[in-house]
Design a protein around this ligand. Structure first.
Ligand code: UDP
Ligand code: MG
Length: 345
């Protein structure tokens, strides 16, 4: 927690200011940015007790985004701009912003106006109630293809990955410094923050919101990008696909057993003539062979899964706070066990 210079009119001349970093990844948002930043500043001006910095991450925009951001830095000293060398994608841009952020509280939100800045006071109030993570949840009204695919995706990832991600969880959330530092121990390449942040644990509250219309331009999430994000989410949280071989192999062995029973029954009941010569041996051999190969593939999948967990080097556990000699410390920098390895996938 930082203390600002004495403020005239405050009780003892000192006001505790909490540092708040707002991380905003942007890609070709030149049209939206001026009104988005204006709106954000108006809301921030109504907050008391926060020293706010805006961290815009220009994710390799090809329009005038960088020029607009540069002019924002000229008019607002609280603005920092990180320009990435090319378009790395929304999650990577968020990652860059989070690495740069160093405040007591971090809020991440989109720069197209769909994450309403007007929600900030409520988000901060919930944090003051003791929540380390304030996760917003988009309320989708009506039926649309995006809503249907999003619902199917959340069901699938929750089932396969053992997570309980709320449907409509957006990359619009507050995290405390403790969570920010814990997140830094997650070094994996494919980052899916909607899964990673709940995976970390911590006290979390959900805040539903009505999404606003885009201020300008169109969504940068094409179907291909959405599928890539979904596959990053599913494959980095679930080893189930790797184990499918064991299941398929088991099914083939069951088939082989059923076929052996059928052939045995025909032999014992004197109906051998009903069998085409050579059919039984061929079918048994191929089903048993397939079954064995599939099971071996499944075993290899299990080992590959373990290697996958090792190379991700996710922390084995995350400490929220330590109380030693009656003193509580919430900064996990010295406590987090980033030994990598065998935690859940
Ligand atoms: N974005 C980004 N890099 C990308 C795609 C998107 O930084 O490769 C930004 C984009 O400018 C916006 C946010 O991520 O601020 C969310 O993207 P978008 O609005 O296109 O997604 P949607 O709201 O349609 O899901
Ligand atoms: Mg958007």
């Amino acid at each position: 927690m930082a203390y600002c210079r004495p403020i005239p009119g405050s009780k003892n001349g000192l006001v505790a200011m909490r540092r708040l970093d707002i991380v905003i990844p942007v890609y070709n948002e030149a049209e939206s940015l001026p009104s988005f930043h204006g709106c954000l500043r108006t809301v921030v001006a109504s907050l008391e007790g926060y020293a706010v910095s805006y961290i815009y991450v220009n994710d390799g925009s090809t329009d005038e985004t960088q020029t607009v951001l540069t002019s924002l830095t000229a008019s607002d000293p609280a603005v920092t701009v990180l320009e990435l060398s090319r378009n790395f994608g929304h999650q990577a841009a968020l990652s860059a912003g989070l690495t740069h952020a160093d405040a007591d509280i971090v809020i991440m939100m989109d720069g197209d106006g769909q994450h309403p800045p007007a929600l900030l006071p409520e988000i901060l109030k919930l944090h003051d109630c003791g929540y380390d993570i304030v996760q917003t949840r988009r309320l989708d009204r009506g039926a649309s293809l995006k809503r249907f695919t999003s619902r199917a995706f959340y069901r699938l990832i929750n089932r396969l990955g053992g997570l309980s991600l709320p449907e409509g969880a957006a990359d619009f959330r507050l995290i405390s410094r403790t969570v920010l530092l814990a997140l830094r121990d997650v070094r994996e390449y494919h980052r899916f923050y909607r899964g990673l942040i709940p995976w970390l644990g911590f006290r979390t509250v959900l805040l539903p919101y009505e999404p606003a219309e885009r201020l300008a331009g169109a969504s940068k999430y094409s179907l291909r990008r959405m599928l890539r994000l979904a596959s990053d989410g599913i494959f980095s949280f679930s080893l189930t696909p790797l184990r499918l071989g064991i299941l398929t192999g088991g099914l083939f062995l069951c088939l082989a057993a059923a076929e052996a029973l059928y052939v045995g029954f025909l032999w014992l009941s004197g109906q051998r003539g009903a069998l085409v010569p050579g059919w039984s041996s061929l079918i048994v051999l191929s089903t048993v062979g397939f079954g064995a190969v599939m099971i071996l593939l499944g075993f290899i999948g299990v080992y590959v899964g373990m290697i996958f967990q090792e190379v991700k080097r996710r922390p084995v556990y995350v400490v929220r706070s330590v109380i030693e000699l009656g003193v509580s410390a919430e900064d996990p920098a010295a406590q987090s066990a980033a030994h990598g390895g065998a935690g859940t996938a």
